[in-house]
Ligand binder design. Structure first.
Ligand code: PAF
Length: 288
């Protein structure tokens, strides 16, 4: 008989929403706290940091891998989204994830999802402008996940800061008890934010990609000196030789609306989206 050491115990994969709901209900009856990390797969160190944080604050960690078609406004983006389920499962197993939830869209969206939300200012501009319908799709899937899994805490990376604001909005709007935990962006040694899309970059593009971080750091040095919109425009232009920038904005971290003067906000934040070749990169950084 093969006896598994506890540290080699395998994670359980469940694809049925009903099964995972009832499995978690049993665990919750035993008083177990559940932490949840939603992903679309193609996992990287940023995701693993979320899993580790969830592990340290809960008894059970659930990770979902679901490439949510509703949040893709471009069919080509959905089609080329990296699929690495085998590698992902191995990585999750290694960091001690307990449950992997891999629903099929037919089951997850068996009931027509709601997609007409009124998010207010947090969904005006930036990703909302360049990816119309994206946040409606994110909100729809988060609503589904939180109602199926009812986790105690759910973990999201700050790299998708505008998405994090949308998730907090969903929590409030639908009165979910889940605590939404925002976690710091994980970066490589040159400052490039970890992202599943980095798998699509060529080796030679990695260093160029980190220019985005360098420009955001440069903004930190200009706070109170150069007016926010002048600074944003300057950096947008600086991106042009190597990137196709979509936006470079300095906004208030709460309303996510552009600021005209530094006095207008006590939590200014810079947000960037730019194409490097055919890969769309986004990032953001606090300026205080
Ligand atoms: O950030 C992501 O990977 C996705 O938008 C999320 C939160 C898993 C929803 O599909």
């Amino acid at each position: 008989m093969l006896l598994l050491k506890p540290d080699l115990q395998s994670m359980i994969e469940i694809s049925s929403p009903l099964k995972i709901k009832s499995h978690l209900a049993d665990l919750k009856k035993e008083g177990k706290k559940v932490g949840f990390v939603p992903t679309m797969g193609a996992l990287h160190q940023g995701h693993l940091a979320l899993i580790k944080r969830a592990k340290s604050e809960n008894d059970i960690v659930v990770c979902s891998i679901f490439v949510n078609p509703l949040q893709f406004n471009r069919k080509e983006d959905l089609e080329k989204y990296p699929n690495r389920l085998k590698e992902d499962s191995e990585m999750l197993n290694k960091v001690g994830c307990d449950l992997l939830f891999t629903p099929q869209k037919e089951e997850l969206y068996a009931e027509q999802p709601k997609t007409d939300f009124n998010f207010g200012s947090i969904a005006v501009g930036m990703e909302a402008e360049y990816r119309p319908g994206h946040f409606e799709g994110v909100a729809a899937v988060i609503e589904r996940f939180l109602s199926i899994l009812s986790p105690d805490k759910a973990y999201f990376g700050e790299k998708d800061f505008q998405q994090l604001a949308i998730v907090r909005w969903v929590k409030e709007q639908f009165n979910f008890d889940t605590e939404v935990v925002g976690c710091q962006t994980v970066r490589d040694e040159n400052g490039l934010a970890m992202s599943s899309r980095n798998y699509l970059l060529e080796e030679s593009q990695y260093l160029i990609a980190s220019e985005i971080y360098k420009l955001m750091k440069y903004c930190q040095t200009k706070v109170g000196e150069t007016a926010p919109q002048v600074l944003a425009k300057e950096c947008f232009e600086k991106l042009k030789p190597n990137f196709k920038p979509e936006y470079f904005e300095i906004v208030d971290g709460l309303t996510l609306q552009p600021i005209k003067s530094w006095e207008e906000s006590n939590q200014p934040r810079v947000f960037v989206a730019a194409y490097l070749g055919s890969v769309r990169l986004i990032d953001n950084l606090s300026l205080v």
